[in-house]
Write a protein that binds this ligand. Sequence first.
Ligand code: ZN
Length: 556
Amino acid sequence: MRDDGPMDLDPEACYRAIATRDARFDGRLFIAVTSTGIYCRPICPTRTPKRENLVFYPSAAAAQEAGFRPCLRCRPESAPDIGVWRGTSNTVSRALALIEKGGLDGADVEALAERLGVGERQLRRLFRRHLGASPIAVAQTRRVLLAKHLIHETRLPMSEVALAAGFGSIRRFNETFQQLFGRPPSTLRRGAPAAPTGPAGEVVILLPYRAPYDWPAMLAFLRARAIPGVETVSEDGYARTIEIGGAHGIVAVRPSARNALRAAIQFPQLSALPTIVARLRRVFDLIADPEVIGAHLSEDPALAPLVAARPGLRVAGAWDGFELAVRALLGQQITVTAARGLAGRLVATYGKPLAGGAEGLSHVFPGAERLVDADLSTLGLTRARAAALGSLARAVVADPQIFGPRRSLEEAIVKLRALPGVGEWTAQYIAMREMREPDAFPAADIGLMRAMADRKGRRPTPGALLARAERWRPWRAYAAQHLWASQGMSYDRGEAPRDDRSPVRPLHPARPAARGLRADGDREARDAGAGRAARGGRARPGRARRRAGAARGRPR
Ligand SMILES: [Zn+2]
């Protein structure tokens, strides 16, 4: 593979995919038409153009960077924004998480690279390889596509669309659209918005995903853990209070047609919309490509029936790192229901009341600064747990970036374990749900060991479970979710069932990356240094082949 060339897409396979309008390629492949200057999704209803006029790109950003504009019929902004690079490039994954959080809004690529512990040129090269576009183009495309979505799906005035999509100014927004579409943004709005309008100030937006999506399982997981006053889970929807930059709001999410979730967002500052969307994508795990993950996990006969039973199972993410860490600490050695009760008392005592609340939503979760000097002993916590919570709050106030992306899973775990009250299990759990590490795995979890018991009911030791889980990499978080689900989705057990301060030793400490890594993975393994190597990052040839196949457009 060329060093700086775009991802290797097999043009013949790509052409077959679009000739049949194969939905499996949606989000994995974008088609640019040189004769019109437009790029499309593989499912575009327009007539398939001549083969010689087509160029294929692995991302919308790549097509846009090459000078193509998004099609107004198939609307590339509605394609599932899946992370095909997940599991192959941790650096790209983490960089995208930062960009989604606005990591390039006020800073440059160099600063972004520095946060990830790689060189700027290295980061550019990885983006070129995995997305076919530069980090700046990815950030810009994200803004344009969000703006386009808001133009089509809402009634927001253009000035507010500009703000909500993250454009610094209305002039910049107008210029970008003029340049890209040859006309002002307002002319792109036609007819009534597809989404029904809600109360004043509410923005409704559709968040596409790649099917299948096990919504009932996601809802059951969230329902079992919903914090009274902050979260509510109804028959088919989830709602919660949010606080960003001191302002309060509510988000409500439920399924919609056409492989998307419908998010109704009430928040006073439209400029926070990209942040809210990014966090919702994380909570509902919309970046997952279930086909790739399921195919890999199914290679283990113990997991195959679980994947077959729940092919759309996701790993529920967290809205906020501090909130999740507090929840995890509260839940140590007690049941999920008891932990909910404690969290509810904490919120009622220290959470700020929500201005204009809704049914069941009365408070926002207290920020770390609220708990620094709080007397937590009145909540019914043990003295040790109350002390741990206070120290956690102080640590987060001292370093607000503490839950941000790290160079590697190992580095993240080391950082998290330095937090008071956070042992191996809790660290892995936070990495899984807040940092969206697809390979995080709390091996000491009793539920996981119970799920992996043999026919006579003998459970594996944490060490044996870790050894078995080697073959589930880089998707161990999904394996854990399947194993938990096999025990019942709303299993009422402690979140950290054993004393989480007793560490579980990794079975394979640092081990150099071995043969079999595909060329780009190999290069990244070197760049990530000890990080990837410590993961025992042995990419098996079968997996590499399959991934390369998918990249070329042959998903199985
Ligand atoms: Zn199209």
